[in-house]
Design a protein around this ligand. Structure first.
Ligand code: KIV
Ligand code: ZN
Length: 547
């Protein structure tokens, strides 16, 4: 049997695989905010990025390692292809973390060997041994993944896994890269590894899976029953194509159905000891933060974190007290931190009350950012009588989004529209070198007019592919939360903003998306799975692995 940590380890890859979702790219401050929240959530390992992808990605992994990788914090992990340059960059990026991991991978399915890697099985075996040994010479904690494990020949994959463990891998990850497996098959795959790989007792078995058939969570739960003890997942299930297995669904399945899963971990069914280290009350907040910062909305009927997941809580309020809530409810909304949307502050609240409430919500802002956020809060309080926690979260996530100092700052926006009028917008932008530019445009509606005027100023070709508005809270004075996605040269860029005036929110969201587009167009990061694998010779002689 594989090495057993005695519970299920949660490996969060929101910042790596999640960020590979189209349009979900994050700036440094956003990545740091998410990593800090993941630490509060209590995940065991954070996969912080793919350091070799670009200097920006390297820097983000390093900053997360420095700030979140404390001795009692999560393990900070970076991804590296099975190539010396990647592994070296990864080791350097995770170095500041007290507990650090290199996650290296190579494909093992024949279809990937033939068409992507153009390598023989013997070559893949040799590269695995060499690169895992190299990674292990740099850190003590090495994870190795057989990419496309779900479609690999099990016998060959067992040989590769055995070689990786002999070379020093401490975790073996089995990805269903294309989301093809069914639960019974995936369970058997894990059982087979446990039974057939002679040195498997020296490593933890992990699983990673995509949701192309909507089966990722079910596959993982079957894997746990067969000995997997690490689950690689993302907040809100974001990730490549249909996304990854969703963290909140896995954690809550293991929490709610603990007595069913306990025996598979050798515990009595009635044991109340948690199966994961996740603080479930942090789930809702983490979900909202990730959705706000990535611009990826959560579908209303999404399990655990969708707006309707606990809808009857408020819907049948009065009636509820007359009945037993267990008739229709398997999770108390408070378990995932949902029930408490406090009306926390108002017009007269001061800076210290504002800061204290933000800290209670888990946000600690530097002095300047706090000043900016407080100014936004005051503006909002002039227009909205009561400010709730959701409003504060919207203010802070906007603050974080704008911290990278983009190419354009929105100075003002004005529209005229109404019955019998041609919607017209006038906007003023300030450029990075301080120039003020104004432009006016007409459109089919006020938002269209604003976007046309902004496009005339920015002069960066793009196509608007998504515009969505939802209200942050209930009530006529609620803030409107706007998400915009722009496509430029086949790549998606998202922007997000909230304001009581949805035209202002739309203008700001558009500028945020434009800023990402301009920054992204300057340095497109390397895709870890699609870029060709470099050879050992990519590293200076002195740094080449000696194995
Ligand atoms: O889906 C996949 O196979 C991956 C690997 C890099 C682990 O993301
Ligand atoms: Zn993946």
């Amino acid at each position: 049997m594989a090495r057993d940590p005695g519970r299920v380890l949660i490996f969060d890859t929101t910042l790596r695989d999640g960020e590979q979702s189209p349009g979900a790219s994050l700036n440094l401050e956003e990545k740091l905010a998410i990593a800090q929240q993941l630490a509060r959530l209590g995940v065991d390992i954070i996969e912080a990025g793919f350091p070799f992808a670009s200097p920006g990605d390297f820097n983000a992994v390093q900053r997360i390692a420095e700030t979140v990788g404390t001795p009692d914090g999560p393990v900070i992990c970076g991804l590296a292809r099975a190539a010396a340059g990647d592994i070296k960059a990864c080791a350097e990026a995770v170095a500041p973390a007290a507990r650090r991991r290199i996650h290296t991978f190579i494909a093992t399915s024949d279809i990937h060997l033939e068409h992507k890697l153009r390598k023989s099985r013997a070559e893949v075996l040799a590269i695995t041994a060499e690169m895992v040994a190299y990674a292990r010479s740099l850190v003590d904690d090495v994870e190795f993944s057989c990419e496309d494990a779900g479609r690999s020949d099990p016998e060959f994959m067992h040989q590769v896994i055995e070689a990786a463990i002999s070379a020093g891998a401490t975790t073996i990850n089995i990805p269903d890269t294309v989301g093809y497996a069914t639960p019974a098959e995936f369970g058997e795959l894990i059982a087979g590894i446990n039974a057939q790989v002679p040195n498997i007792d020296q490593a933890v078995i992990s699983v990673h899976g995509h949701n192309d058939l909507g089966l990722a969570v079910a596959n993982f739960l079957e894997a746990v029953k067969n000995g997997a003890r690490q689950l690689e997942c993302t907040i809100n299930g974001i990730g490549e194509r249909a996304g990854n297995a969703s963290l909140e669904e896995l954690v809550m399945a293991l929490h709610v159905r603990r007595s069913y899963f306990n025996p598979f971990l050798g515990r009595p069914a009635e044991s109340t000891e948690p199966l994961t280290g996740v603080r479930t009350e942090e789930i809702t907040k983490t979900s909202r933060l990730v959705s706000n910062l990535t611009g990826m909305a959560v579908q209303p009927n999404k399990a655990i974190v969708g707006a309707n997941a606990f809808a009857h809580e408020s819907g049948i309020h009065q009636d509820g007290v007359l009945k037993n809530r267990l008739t229709y409810e398997i999770i108390d909304a408070r378990t995932v931190g949902l029930a408490d949307n406090r009306i926390s502050l108002g017009k007269l609240s001061g800076r210290s009350a504002f800061r204290a409430r933000l800290e209670e919500l888990g946000y600690t802002l530097e002095r300047e950012d706090l000043d900016d956020a407080f100014a936004r809060f005051k503006e909002l309080a002039d227009r909205k009588r009561e400010i709730s926690d959701r409003d504060l979260e919207a203010i802070v996530s906007e603050q974080v989004q704008q911290q990278d100092g983009g190419s354009f700052t929105l100075k003002s926006v004005q529209v005229s529209c109404g019955t019998g009028l041609q919607p017209t917008a006038t906007v003023t932008l300030v450029t990075a070198d301080g120039a003020e530019l104004s432009e006016a445009a007409i459109g089919t509606g006020p938002v269209d007019a604003v976007c046309q005027a902004l496009n005339r100023l920015a002069q960066v070709p793009n196509e608007l592919v998504e515009f969505s508005v939802k209200s942050v809270t209930e009530g006529i004075d609620a803030m409107g939360d706007v998400t915009i996605r722009l496509r430029h040269e086949g790549v998606l860029y998202s922007g997000h903003s909230a304001d009581t005036d949805i035209v202002v929110a739309a203008a700001q969201a558009f500028v945020n998306a434009l800023n990402r587009l301009v920054a992204g167009g300057r340095h497109q990061p390397l895709h870890p799975q699609k870029a060709p694998l470099p050879v050992v010779g990519d590293l200076p002689l002195a740094d080449r692995p000696r194995v």
